[in-house]
Design a protein around this ligand. Structure first.
Ligand code: AGP
Length: 606
């Protein structure tokens, strides 16, 4: 996901722009650049790769100027090369953009006919020429920008500056987030509050359809029709420290090890630990008579939702319709009267999940969101926010956010089961007690990473890896496969263990690694028999289980021990081994563990 920053300052801004961009690195990017205005002239520096390359460029060729914009680019249109890096500019205008202009081809054709030569393959360049063309027609900068916005279709967050006026910045939001920061005689623009935290905590979030005229004296916000509107200015709690690795080799490893702590914070938010009861927020809907819950999310968050489905149907007898948001948003699913729709997202900005949310909201559903970023768009557009208290998750591969999402869903399942008369006081205490043991039991697993380092080395030689799980372990098999794919770039697939004989077993031959998530529950024996089918064909079994050694009844190359835990919490326990397997394999593969290739921390485009 791209990052945008802008500063209308009182002294040279280049250094602060780069500092702000550093706080957006976690979003994933492949090039960066800044542009400033000095003496009525626009100038820019851009560089491929990491921000350190841009900083080096600036140290060799400094930029002055008190007005500037900056950008970290995650390539959508055009290769991740300097030529396509933002800001895009000419002698009059400079533009930074996050998102996708869906009608850029039509605009590009129109502008080419008008004689504009396109230097890049980007959709952003159409915004630059649109604004420039409006200036040429005699419009003032604000009007030129406003008229250009009315031509755009798609998702965009924009920052625009003009050589003719160094006390002006235009901001616009349609999809990807954008925030205005208010300083003393200085005005800031950023993709989120984290970017602006070192400079100001006074933040105004733009909403979809807003555009704004920023000056050092302040900001005026308008709707697309040009009518002035107001948005609240809040005091953000985003940390002004760049989140650091805290002595760990990677953010991901730090965040894996933070899970016991952040899970305890999260469950404490939904349980009365002293009384051993659940204290879940009122969702504004009658859980007792609720006919169905719709759950939609993407990637890892969708696997959390799938675990939630097993819990809600088993403990609350509550039917769940779950689908990945990129499918759900176009499915035109019929919606129940007074249904509940639950969306799960670490960033709270994922475009597909937002689209699914808006579909359900338009369909009269009660909207609840499990999010890690409380100031996110998803949080602001939901009726009820159920925060995960994971803290900023910097590693692109989601770990602590995932297990915190599971923790919220587990608490919800208890609350729903209680409200619907399926969980009595004794069962409630039993399940709450099981959750309170999770942090300690997770710490037990995290104490010894040696088996994972050893296994990681072995998996580097694999071409295909299978993850198997039954019942509530099936989503963990899916998550484990996703983790391995996205971190080590080794092909992996998660399967319901019972599905093996319906095709995938054809993949099994000598040496194919098969990771079997098999905590000791009522399906354990069935999973073990699937495992024996694999072993009989030469597959290399990695056994993730709390069972005693030898319980697999076949040769395993590695038994990754889970601590004895209540079956209710098995998905939380099994999450740690699949995270560590992917982490240590990626380290051995030498991939960019915190920012794997082609991935972004939050996908704010379709
Ligand atoms: C997780 O490891 C992935 N990076 C990805 O699947 C992610 O979970 C997905 O893009 C959803 O993101 P969100 O939770 O911010 O909505």
């Amino acid at each position: 996901m791209c990052g945008i920053v802008g500063i209308l300052g009182t002294e040279a801004v280049a250094g602060d722009l780069v500092e702000a961009l550093k706080r957006l690195e976690y979003r994933g990017y492949d090039s960066a650049g800044i542009a400033t205005i000095e003496g009525g002239k626009l100038d820019r520096r851009r560089a491929e790769g990491k921000l350190k390359n841009l900083a080096l460029r600036l140290s060799n060729q400094p930029l002055q100027g008190r007005t500037g914009i900056g950008h970290t680019r995650w390539a959508t249109h055009g290769k991740p090369v300097e030529r396509n890096a933002h800001p895009h500019m000419n002698d009059k205008v400079a533009v930074v953009h996050n998102g996708i202009i869906e009608n850029f081809r039509e605009l590009r054709g129109e502008l080419t006919k008008k004689g504009y030569a396109f230097e890049t393959e980007t959709d952003t360049e159409t915004v630059l020429h649109l604004v420039t063309d409006n200036l040429k027609q005699g419009l003032k900068p604000v009007e030129a920008a406003h008229k250009a916005l009315s031509r755009l279709r798609g998702a965009y967050a924009l920052g625009i500056i003009f050589a003719a006026d160094d006390d002006l910045m235009i901001a616009a939001r349609q999809g990807p987030p954008l925030a205005i920061g208010h300083g003393e005689g200085v005005t800031y623009l950023g993709s989120d509050a984290i970017a602006l935290a070192p400079f100001t905590s006074k933040i105004t979030y733009l909403e979809d359809g807003d555009w704004a005229v920023l000056r050092r004296s302040g900001a005026e916000i308008f709707d697309l029709a040009g009518k002035p509107i107001t948005r609240p200015t809040i005091v953000s709690t985003a940390s002004s420290l760049t989140v650091d690795k805290g002595g760990y080799r990677h953010f991901m490893l730090k965040e894996i090890h933070q899970q016991p702590e952040v899970i305890s914070h999260t469950i404490a938010n939904y349980l009365d630990l002293a009384a051993g009861t659940v204290e879940f927020p009122d969702l504004g809907i009658d859980l007792k008579t609720l006919s169905r819950v719709t759950i939609s999310a993407c990637g890892t968050a969708s696997y959390a939702g799938l675990v939630g489905k097993y819990w809600l149907e088993r403990y609350a007898r509550l039917p769940v319709d779950i689908d990945v948001a990129s499918e759900y948003r176009y499915r035109e699913a019929p919606l129940p009267e007074n249904g509940l729709a639950l969306f799960i997202s670490q960033s709270g900005e994922t475009a597909d999940t937002m689209a699914a949310l808006r579909y359900c909201k338009d369909g009269g559903q009660r909207i609840a969101a499990i999010v890690n970023v409380r100031t996110s768009t998803m949080a602001r557009e939901s009726h009820v926010v159920l925060p995960t208290l994971a803290g900023p998750e910097i590693g692109v591969a989601s770990t602590k956010a995932f297990t915190c999402q599971l923790s919220v869903l587990a608490c919800f399942a208890i609350a729903a089961g209680k409200a619907r008369g399926h969980i009595g006081p004794e069962k409630e205490r039993e399940l709450v007690q099981a959750l309170t043991q999770v942090p300690r039991l997770m710490s037990d697993i995290l104490r010894d990473e040696k088996p994972y380092e050893h296994l990681g080395h072995r998996l580097t030689k694999a071409r295909d890896v299978l993850y198997l799980g039954r019942g509530i372990s099936f989503p963990i098999a899916l998550e484990g496969a996703l983790k391995l794919k996205e971190l080590s770039y080794i092909h992996a697939e998660g399967y319901a263990a019972g599905e093996l004989k319906h095709g995938p077993i054809a993949l099994i031959e000598e040496g194919v690694p098969v990771i079997v998530v098999a905590p000791h529950d009522e399906l354990f024996e069935k999973t073990v028999s699937n495992m024996q089918e694999v072993a009989a064909r030469g597959g290399d079994i990695i056994f993730v289980s709390d069972a005693e050694d030898g319980a697999a009844g076949c040769k395993v190359i590695e038994h990754l021990h889970l601590p004895k835990a209540h079956p209710f919490t098995h998905p939380l326990m099994a999450s740690i081994p699949v995270q560590l397997i992917s982490y240590h394999t990626a380290v051995q593969m030498g991939t960019d563990v915190d920012q794997p290739r082609n991935l972004a921390k939050s996908v704010t485009v379709e």
